[in-house]
Design a protein around this ligand. Structure first.
Ligand code: AMP
Length: 535
């Protein structure tokens, strides 16, 4: 039996951690870093690159360098959020046969889970080199607000990477575990129960979780968030300002030049980081484009005040989600004992200030916002591996699970913030005489109408006995497992006939696609290992 590690698969950076001598520890990668950029590329010579090597060549090879793949996990090509994203990315997305959004790399379509798997496989290789042992399983974290499709895609990615996915856990919950363990728990009123708000603003996603930490239990009371709101959006505000200014001055649209987009992105991220400690930052990009007069330069200075004004609404929208989470937990800001900041974007002073004002207390920055999630995942991995050190963990489902009625309304089956695992039963019948089958659509979200929610998939109940409308009774049981993934089964109450049904998300990978992807990723990781041995 190999080892089980904890993995934070982030939008911008990923990391892997294990429990060593009772202490969760982040593993340093082959390049000596504690995080690995979540970037994958195919170089001009056809070589696959992962992590820092992929990121380092992004400017020269923007069309074949994939970053922020987390946004694409389990998404439809036509989803409005993906349509918007397509305009901004320097690499291309394509529509897969099942309408999922796939990526085009080196002229080949490739699924987002396979790209994520390359990052996971690299973390696995790094962990094996460090441990000198085989890694066979992982606890992988996802944003609390990930829906069923996004969770399934993450599980697929783990499987493609050759990892048994022991558990999918929510990022803020993992951070709360790390906080609840060891020193922090000891130093902060020891075994006194605490209600902690985990505010997690990463590279691409935002979550807020309200967590009740007792001596022997960690219980999530409510969660809220946005899986399309993160550091990338803060970058975009500066990028848009610079691109618009350049266009007004030179009549050149830098967004149409992929290498320019990548250079601006890199420089803007650096400026954004500088603005967390300095009052102003400069973006200086010589020869970013050319016109008939010759090369053109992009030189701009941005002040912290200006940046805060450009992004104020983003911060406020995170606070609106905090209000919703508190309302669901039936708590007020003053009921919160501690506020934990997680995710790199919380290093921005305005975020810290506004979160502090909202909760009426200084947020805690004692835990490293970039590492807390991986550390919590490692603790959970150790528990699942048989270590008895953990508090019992009770998490919730972030969105309401519902089904669509014949008038297009969403009928709630499992309300949001229900503790998981959970199950619920609903009863169905026919709407026409002698109807032989019923189609059931499964949705996730808070919209009153079915069309305002995410369609997870559906199934057909066949073989209903011939009867007048409304007479047959079909019992459908929905389960949400500890990973937050939905399962369903159906039973004809009259005949007792059972029907195990799979909720087919429209963009799931088939078993065959997973196997093929696994072979490709394995081959590639093997080459990488051999190369390391030669070096
Ligand atoms: P994570 O996914 O938690 O690694 O968060 C990454 C995000 O945090 C990216 O958008 C980074 O640009 C952002 N970030 C990292 N360091 C800083 C910093 N010092 N100031 C502002 N944002 C930062």
């Amino acid at each position: 039996m190999g080892r089980v590690v904890g993995i934070d698969l982030g939008t911008t950076n990923s990391s892997v951690a294990i429990l060593e001598g009772g202490t969760p520890t982040v593993i340093v990668n082959a390049e000596g870093h504690r995080t690995t950029p979540s970037v994958v590329a195919v170089s001009s010579s056809g070589e696959r690159l992962v992590g820092i090597q992929a990121r380092n060549q992004a400017i020269l090879n923007p069309g074949n360098t994939v970053y922020s793949v987390k946004h694409l996990m389990g998404q439809r090509y036509d989803d409005p959020k993906i349509v918007k994203l397509r305009e901004k990315l320097p690499y291309s997305l394509v529509r897969a046969d099942n309408d999922a959004a796939w990526v085009e790399m080196a002229s080949k379509p490739i699924s987002p889970p396979e790209i994520a798997a390359m990052i996971l496989a690299r973390l696995k290789t790094d962990a094996e080199a460090y441990l000198n042992d085989e890694v066979t399983g992982a606890v992988i974290t996802v944003p609390a607000y990930f829906d069923d499709g996004q969770r399934n895609a993450t599980k697929d990615a783990g499987e493609i990477a050759g990892l048994q996915v022991e558990r999918i856990i929510n990022e803020p919950t993992a951070a709360a575990l790390a906080y609840g363990h060891g020193d922090h728990a000891a130093s902060s009123a020891s075994d006194q129960p605490q209600i902690v708000a985990v505010y997690d603003l990463g590279g691409g996603t935002f979550d807020i979780s309200i967590v009740d930490i007792h001596a022997d239990m960690i219980e999530v009371l409510a969660t809220n968030g946005d899986t399309f709101l993160g550091g990338d959006d803060f970058d975009d505000r500066i990028i848009s300002k610079l691109v618009d200014g350049f266009r007004a001055e030179h009549s050149v649209n830098l967004r149409e030049i992929p290498s320019a987009v990548q250079r601006i992105k890199d420089a803007v991220v650096q400026a954004k980081h500088d603005l967390s400690t300095l009052k102003s930052a400069t973006v200086n990009l010589p020869f970013i484009a050319a016109d008939i007069s010759g090369p053109l330069n992009l030189l701009a200075t941005i002040s912290r005040d200006e940046f805060e004004e450009l992004t104020g609404d983003l911060v406020e929208s995170t606070l609106a989600a905090c209000t919703r989470a508190l309302d669901d937990a039936q708590l007020a800001p003053e009921d919160i004992t501690r506020v934990l900041l997680v995710g790199g974007q919380t290093r921005m002073p305005a975020v810290q200030r506004r979160v502090g004002e909202f909760f009426g207390q200084e947020p805690l920055r004692g835990i490293n916002p970039d590492e807390a999630v991986a550390l919590g995942a490692a603790l959970q991995a150790a528990t699942l591996d048989g270590e008895e050190l953990q508090k019992v963990l009770v998490d919730v489902t972030p969105m309401t699970l519902s089904s669509e009625d014949y008038q297009g309304r969403a009928i709630s089956i499992i309300p949001r913030n229900t503790a998981i695992p959970t199950s619920a039963t609903s009863y169905w019948s026919t709407v026409a005489d002698f109807q032989r089958s019923v189609d059931v659509n499964i949705l996730q979200g808070e919209g009153e109408l079915a069309k305002d929610n995410k369609l997870l998939g559906g199934f057909t109940l066949d073989g209903i006995r011939l009867a007048k409308k409304g007479e047959p009774t079909i019992e459908v049981t929905f389960d949400i497992d500890a990973d937050g993934i939905v399962h369903a089964s159906a039973r004809d109450v009259d005949t007792g006939a059972e029907n195990k049904v799979t909720v087919n998300t429209n963009n799931d990978l088939s078993m065959q696609q997973i196997d093929e992807s696994r072979e490709r990723v394995e081959r590639f990781e093997l080459q990488e290992r051999e190369q390391r041995e030669i070096d």
